[in-house]
Design a protein around this ligand. Structure first.
Ligand SMILES: Cc1cc2nc3c(=O)[nH]c(=O)nc-3n(C[C@H](O)[C@H](O)[C@H](O)COP(=O)(O)OP(=O)(O)OC[C@H]3O[C@@H](n4cnc5c(N)ncnc54)[C@H](O)[C@@H]3O)c2cc1C
Length: 388
């Protein structure tokens, strides 16, 4: 039977978490995934669980997750998701970075989050592995890391065990309304599914589906890459990043998992493969070697890549769609949706049950963009890719 209380489109961390929390409340759930479980960014990301440096509009959700979900998630799922809350060091190189870090400290303070500015002398003594190039840094003790694959699959395994129905290889083409309410979903293979509420959590793929109910949300799709080094003796436990755009962690196993918005990202439309390029990994290495010279000596043993769905303001779109009652979305997580993923899944599960979000999400509404103002960026964006 293809009818359930809630239908979820996309089995990433958000879709799997929403399915898990809905089943916990006895709600019947079907999850439709066009590919494999966790095929999107959810199993391909750097594992950063960060509150710092976030836009104020999404800070509430991130703080909710770090306070209420992450610390007990391994226990709740009975699967070690490798969550470690050991802080996040963001390296800066000049006075403009120092000013930016101070701004972030003020923003974080408004949400009760502690963040500190580290001056040069302190950096040299506390973090001896960063180079002289680093002259200031932001330190957020409540930030951390987790294992993306274990988190996403952990939610999937428990949701399925508790009765959620997952169907892979089932690509959703459109949503149909009945009496003005989102009700039916039609897939590429011609199957029809029905539900009282629909949660759309399928990244860039959500754009066309929203079009089918008359909603337009422009997004950019870019391929970002990650490198993994050979295992090395422990250098640090915390997450690290730089104003040059790199970020990463040393895993429990000893390998470094590092990524970077290094300017070599690929923007390929109408293409879905996630084959790594040759150029991005070497740019990632160059940028990280400047800040952490010891890493230059390590061999890169593998790379991977994943698509990022980015909105115009690089802030996610989360919440209900007033014009289409019964439809709830989480799309355009803009390359930083893993950390808040569990909280977003929980919030969507609450909305789909007719309950309010436990944190304010009103500023993440899909209708916040002034596309006329942004029209110069319709075809070429500030980071080189097109919005479509
Ligand atoms: C290289 C890289 C590094 C990153 N690093 C970090 C980080 O350190 N910290 C952080 O917080 N975030 C990071 N991110 C971002 C993070 O991975 C994503 O924001 C997050 O995983 C999004 O989760 P999601 O569940 O919304 O979507 P996704 O994981 O993208 O899942 C969406 C799912 O929907 C499916 N789908 C798509 N279209 C359809 C359709 N028509 N029908 C049915 N199913 C469909 C897809 O196959 C996919 O499985 C990174 C991303 C990348 C690529």
């Amino acid at each position: 039977m293809n009818t359930s209380d809630v239908l979820i489109i996309g089995a990433g961390v958000v879709g799997c978490a929403a399915a898990y929390y809905l089943r916990k409340n006895g709600v019947s759930v079907t999850v439709l995934e066009s590919d494999m479980i966790g095929n999107g960014g959810s199993s391909r990301n750097g594992g950063g669980v960060r509150i710092s440096g976030r836009d104020p509009r999404e800070l509430g959700i991130c703080a909710y997750g770090v306070k209420n979900i992450w610390p007990t998630l391994s226990e709740e799922l009975g699967i070690d998701v490798e969550y470690r809350q050991k802080g996040y060091l963001v390296c800066g190189y000049d006075d403009s970075h120092k000013r930016l870090i101070k701004d972030r400290i003020n923003t974080a303070a408004k949400f009760g989050i502690k963040m500190e500015l580290k001056e040069e002398e302190e950096i040299r003594s506390l973090y001896p592995y960063v180079s002289e190039h680093v002259t200031c840094a932001g330190w957020t003790p409540s930030d951390g890391v987790a294992n993306p694959l274990k988190t996403t699959l952990g939610y999937y395994i428990r949701a399925r065990e508790n009765g959620a129905r997952f169907i892979t290889g089932e690509k959703v083409l459109c949503i149909e309304k009945i009496k003005g309410r989102a009700r039916k979903v039609i897939t590429e293979s011609g199957n029809v599914y029905e539900a009282e509420s629909i949660i759309l959590a399928c990244g860039y793929g959500g754009r066309k589906i929203l079009n089918s109910v008359g909603i337009e949300v422009l997004m950019q799709k870019k391929l970002e890459e990650v490198i993994v080094t050979e295992p090395a003796p422990r250098l640090f436990d915390h997450m690290i990043g730089g104003m040059s755009g790199f970020y990463g962690q040393q895993t429990e196993h000893g390998s470094f998992v590092l990524g970077s918005s290094c300017g070599r990202e690929t923007y390929l439309f109408n293409k879905s493969n996630t084959v790594s390029t040759y150029s991005a990994p070497s740019f990632i290495c160059d940028s990280i070697g400047v800040d952490i010279p010891a890493l230059k000596k390590l061999k890169v043993i593998r790379t991977w890549s994943g698509w990022i769905d980015r909105s115009y303001d690089a802030v996610p779109i989360i919440g209900n769609i007033e014009e289409v009652p019964g439809l709830f979305v989480s799309i355009a997580s803009s390359g930083h949706g893993f950390g808040p993923g569990p909280a977003v899944g929980f919030i969507l599960s609450e909305l789909a049950q007719g309950r309010p979000s436990p944190v304010d999400i009103s500023k993440l509404h899909y209708d916040r963009f002034d596309y006329v103002k942004y029209q110069d960026r319709y075809f070429v964006s500030d980071v080189g890719g097109s919005f479509s």
